[in-house]
Design a binder for this molecule. Structure first.
Ligand code: FES
Length: 181
């Protein structure tokens, strides 16, 4: 009885404290946006499909597009089967064929120069200005010369033969002398 009287007296003496509004943390506020972003499909910077090494599937023997690489004397180095869209330079590297490619397909050198067998040359899409500019610098240029990194495999050129010239002209290396360290 005494206790309840004391409580009611205390309640009258001390006015109730109004409930404070606690502002929600920025994390809680951002949560729906964060969740939506996590669920959204991943968008790439590039529109082209990324090339991943583990995704390269080589054609079963007899089903791919055949390319024969020859040395400068016309001796066959290797015949390889590739997929549509493969380029002659990367395909050669994959099979340990000694075709240089100093600029790694960026059309800034002529070291991937190959001479295409005439009957296949006209079946290739024409070289663009960039390629032609680099070809002008190639060693041993011929009428059917192309840059290996710019020739892509297609069904129309199945069986193509390309000759690898005996030398390359590498603007950076040629004429420079090795320096001692
Ligand atoms: S690798 Fe340099 S142009 Fe082909």
């Amino acid at each position: 009885m005494r206790t309840s009287l004391f409580r009611s007296a205390l309640a009258r003496a001390v006015p109730p404290v109004p409930a404070r509004r606690v502002p929600a943390s920025p994390l809680v506020l951002a949560r729906p946006r964060v969740l939506a972003a996590a669920r959204a499909p991943v968008r790439m910077f590039s529109a082209s499909a990324p090339a991943r090494h583990d995704e390269i599937v080589r054609p079963a023997p007899g089903t791919g597009i055949k390319v024969t690489y020859e040395d400068s004397n016309g001796k066959v180095i290797k015949t390889i089967e590739g997929n549509e869209g493969d380029n002659l330079l990367l395909l050669a590297h994959e099979h340990d064929i000694d075709l240089e490619g100093a600029c790694e397909c960026s059309v800034a050198c002529s070291t991937c120069h190959v001479v295409v067998e005439p009957k296949f040359f006209d079946k290739l899409p024409e070289a663009d200005d960039e390629e032609n500019d680099m070809l002008d610098l190639a060693f041993g240029l011929e009428d059917t010369s192309r840059l290996g990194c710019q020739v892509k495999l297609a069904p129309e050129i199945d069986g193509i033969r390309v000759k690898i010239p005996s030398a390359t002209r590498n603007m950076y290396v040629d004429g420079s002398k090795a320096r001692t360290h």
